[in-house]
Write a new protein. Structure first.
Length: 195
């Protein structure tokens, strides 16, 4: 299930951009070496302890390249895995698997890395009455995936962008003449706009 800030079409657009960036006009090495009729199967293997994140993203990469691709996961997003654990398999056109593997693995590794780091911090917090929140300090174009990975690791999302919450920082305070003025202006803005 996608988070509310990542509509289905936006995820598809993100994957299409990634494929266009990597494949461009075509994977010339794969086209040169692999006949179009070849099929293949590949499995996903955990090489370290971690929290898996990004399974739907990976599935979309392969299905965009081969609408007949079969992707099967033996775990859910947010599952902890041990080294050596096979947690998924993809089968379909050998060309599609070879052309999509780097984008799929890059996104899976990035999201799983964020989820794993988040899970470690959430575990360190333990049962204290505290929540781990994320920030907007993300790679441009990948914010929704980074924030989704935080959720899968057990953290909580804070602001998605500058548009959804007021957060007065030191630069705002300096620019408007002090903390009292910044708070007054923020309260007045909220009263005026309801935001």
């Amino acid at each position: 299930m996608l988070p509310p800030y990542l509509p289905d079409g936006d995820l598809d657009a993100l994957v299409r951009r990634g494929l266009a960036e990597d494949i461009g006009a075509g994977d010339v090495t794969t086209r040169a070496t692999i006949p179009a009729s070849y099929s293949a199967e590949a499995f996903f293997l955990a090489k370290a302890h971690g929290t898996v994140a990004g399974l739907e993203v990976v599935s979309r990469v392969f299905r965009m390249l081969d609408d007949g691709a079969s992707v099967t996961w033996t775990v859910d997003d947010g599952t902890r895995v041990e080294p050596g654990r096979r947690f998924g398999v993809v089968s379909g056109s050998a060309r599609a698997l070879l052309s999509g593997e780097r984008l799929a693995l890059n996104l899976l590794q990035r999201m799983s890395g964020i989820a794993t780091a988040t899970r470690a911090m959430v575990d360190a917090i333990g049962d204290r009455p505290t929540s781990l929140l994320d920030t907007r300090k993300t790679v441009p174009g990948l914010r929704a995936l980074d924030k989704w990975a935080v959720l899968l690791g057990g953290g909580r999302n804070h602001r998605i962008g500058l548009y959804d919450q007021i957060l007065v920082k030191d630069n705002h305070i300096a620019a408007c003449g002090g903390i009292a003025e910044a708070i007054r202006a923020a309260v007045a803005y909220r009263a005026e706009t309801g935001r």
